[in-house]
Design a protein around this ligand. Structure first.
Ligand SMILES: [Zn+2]
Length: 73
């Protein structure tokens, strides 16, 4: 399992909520769930992203995810 703060995933810089996941996809799903609950405006903005922007964001997150150390669960 890996963990990243909401801010590191592109959330508000002040949000230190830890998002975890076994894969980048899982982390993204958990991040979206948190964003929907805690940052509805941001979640709404993300749904308006173009497929190109979303692909870029996904690739970026995948890279960040790969660079993370495994968290001690
Ligand atoms: Zn957050």
């Amino acid at each position: 399992m890996k963990q990243m703060t909401c801010a590191a995933m592109g959330g508000p810089a002040t949000c230190t909520e830890m998002i975890s996941g076994n894969t980048a996809e899982e982390m993204m799903a958990n991040g979206m769930k948190h964003a929907t609950e805690a940052h509805p405006e941001m979640a709404a903005d993300m749904q308006k992203m173009s497929p190109e922007d979303m692909a870029k964001w996904t690739a970026d997150l995948q890279g960040k995810f790969n660079a993370l150390p495994e968290a001690a669960a």
